[in-house]
Design a protein. Structure first.
Lengths: 115, 253
């Protein structure tokens, strides 16, 4: 249970230690990567709570979603259109969905455990 | 609690790996968030504007750069025009200088400026000898035509400026007489007559002394004539006025 928190702390520490200045043109891509990571994390948490976690789905989901979002951003740059906003919205909706499910799962679990 | 249940059912594999995978993803997310936030802060610190306005600013910048290029080309164009104006002004100045030089020459020619230079003086006087009995006394006094003759000979010999008893001889000067008085520039003149002329002295003296000239005639009749070359002769300015009541410049209304 502590491992994810340790990972998060490690990532933050690495970010502070080895500061990489992101070129302005790539700020969009990192933003999407962050959203993909949050989405994947929450999706994994939900799957874990619903007892249907699959490592392959978890990792491929992260990689493929992030890649596709990056692709959309790239195409948007080519077309001069902010298509990546679509990815941002999709990720955001999924994140809120997952948060809702996690909330319900946790509440249901709490009720069951309390009884 | 739940994972323990699960780990009991499926042996270790998923149970051990899911926190690791989660940790990996979270580490990546944390790293990216920190990097992004730091970049954003840097932008804000440097520019004092959030990066969401950067595109707008880029547009503005491009606009301003285009405007700057246009202004620069305008500056070069204006500089060129300024250079042209300066050139024209310089030409105007040289034209003005030439005109003032011309004006000086014309004033000298008209006789309204005093002139100095080498030349000669000619002194004429009435005859000292008394008229013989029965002789016309006119033959012993100088006439305006004698002076006219000397002045005309001086002009012909190349004199550049002549004065007669301090009266400048200009283009409109008439030498005449009224009764027993000789007039020049409407001024009365009395003997002795002093004619001063600016010009090559030797040439003027030779011209006056030529055989059959005015001087020879005058000396033959016994008039005292003194011709002397001078290193420096001063001819005063014409003090009269020029009036054109009937004449006008041709081609000018």
């Amino acid at each position: 249970m502590w491992l994810p928190i340790i990972g998060l702390v490690l990532g933050v520490a690495l970010g502070f230690l080895f500061s990489v200045e992101i070129p302005l043109g790539y700020v969009k891509y990192t933003a999407i990567a962050i959203l993909a990571a949050i989405d994947t994390t929450l999706g994994g948490l939900r799957a874990q709570l619903e007892d249907r976690f699959d490592l392959m789905i978890f990792l491929t989901g992260f990689v493929v979603n992030a890649s596709f979002a990056a692709l959309l951003a790239g195409i948007g740059d080519l077309l001069g259109l902010d298509i990546y906003l679509g990815a941002v919205i999709a990720f955001s909706i999924r994140i809120f969905d997952n948060i809702g499910f996690i909330r319900r799962d946790l509440i249901a679990r709490h009720m069951k455990g309390g009884r | 609690m739940h994972s323990e249940e699960r780990s009991g059912r499926t042996p270790t594999l998923a149970a051990a790996r899911w926190p690791a995978a989660l940790a990996l993803v979270l580490a990546l997310a944390g790293y990216l968030v920190v990097a992004q936030v730091r970049t954003e802060w840097q932008i804000r610190r440097a520019l004092r504007i959030p990066s969401t306005q950067l595109e707008e600013l880029a547009f503005l910048l491009r606009d301003q750069e285009r405007g700057r290029a246009a202004l620069e080309s305008q500056v070069t164009e204006l500089r060129g025009r300024l250079a042209a104006y300066e050139k024209a002004a310089a030409e105007g100045r040289t034209a003005a200088a030439k005109m003032s030089r011309d004006l000086q020459e014309l004033r000298a020619l008209a006789g309204i400026t005093a002139l100095v230079g080498p030349g000669i003086t000619v002194e004429l006087n009435d005859s000292t000898r008394l008229p013989r009995a029965g002789e016309d006394p006119n033959k012993t006094i100088l006439h305006y035509s004698d002076i006219q003759g000397v002045v005309a000979e001086l002009w012909a010999a190349g004199a550049e400026a002549i004065s007669l008893n301090g009266e400048r001889v200009v283009g409109t000067t008439g030498i005449s007489c009224v009764g027993t008085t000789i007039l020049a520039n409407t001024k009365r003149l009395a003997p002795p007559f002093l004619i001063e002329a600016v010009g090559e002295p030797k040439q003027l003296v030779q011209a006056l002394r030529r055989p059959g000239g005015a001087i020879e005639l005058l000396t033959a009749f016994g008039f005292p004539v003194k011709v002397a070359p001078r290193e420096l002769v001063e001819v005063p300015a014409y003090r009269g006025t020029f009036q054109f009541e009937y004449a006008s410049v041709e081609g000018k209304e």
